[in-house]
Design a protein around this ligand. Structure first.
Ligand SMILES: Cc1cc2nc3c(=O)[nH]c(=O)nc-3n(C[C@H](O)[C@H](O)[C@H](O)COP(=O)(O)O)c2cc1C
Length: 207
């Protein structure tokens, strides 16, 4: 199902008073090191659904942070303190990662390692993964979820694993998600949105 071009990061215009209580700030984090990442494209697409439900979504691709800061554990680097501030200010966090060697990516972990121990305390967290085989679909639960819990996340909503072959990124950046995967993703995103108090608009499946 064609999804159109990948959206630029968008910031909502100030909401009407009636919407204010429903809106949350969501940080949408891609942990893929790939420049043509399916995970990142998928997240940026899901961002649009969350935006349509009344949330302010801030995208963060870990690969854009300086490698010397991430891998030199430079806690004082402005890019790292800036990322930590984004986590601190967000009420909802989407964590997306490709499955690498049956777990999350090392790049994602390199950022999580530099955040405060309880950086996810009080946040609502949606874990998402993409991978090449359903044999590793549980990587979210046995690998990623314990890390998120150790960082203080007490409200981790149901996550979802999407096969890489179900996501196609065209030359223009347009994303296509197979129907079954799109429907499943729409459900988990809508549950996450509802947990954040998002508007319950009727939206078509996300792919
Ligand atoms: C170094 C490497 C290791 C991978 N290991 C796994 C794995 O253990 N299990 C799996 O299901 N997929 C594995 N994959 C496939 C990726 O998880 C999958 O293609 C993913 O969608 C890539 O996401 P990206 O395009 O956002 O980087 C691996 C890919 C790479 C490059």
């Amino acid at each position: 199902m064609p999804l159109g071009p990948v959206p630029r990061p968008r910031h909502r215009t100030p909401p009407h008073a009636s919407e204010r209580s429903a809106m949350a700030t969501v940080l949408s984090v891609s942990g893929s090191p790939s420049a043509t990442s399916r995970t990142a494209h998928l997240l940026r697409h899901l961002d649009r659904r969350l935006t349509a439900q009344g949330h302010e979504v801030i995208p963060l691709d870990v690969r854009t942070l300086p490698a010397e800061a991430l891998f030199g554990a430079d806690l004082r680097h402005p890019a790292i303190t800036g990322a930590a501030t984004l986590f601190d200010r967000a009420e909802g966090i989407v964590i997306g990662t490709p499955v690498y060697k049956a777990a999350y990516s090392g790049l994602l972990k390199s950022l999580l390692d530099l955040l405060p121990q309880y950086a996810l305390a009080g946040k609502t967290v949606l874990p998402l993964a993409t991978g090449g085989t359903t044999a590793h679909a549980l990587a979210i639960d046995y690998a990623l979820r314990p890390v998120l819990s150790s960082m203080g996340a007490t409200h981790i909503v149901q996550g979802w694993f999407t096969l890489d072959q179900d996501i196609t990124v065209g030359d223009s950046g347009a994303v296509t998600v197979t129907q079954g995967a799109a429907e499943a993703l729409a459900q988990v995103v809508d549950r996450f949105s509802a947990a954040l108090g998002g508007r319950t608009t009727r939206l078509a499946p996300t792919g």
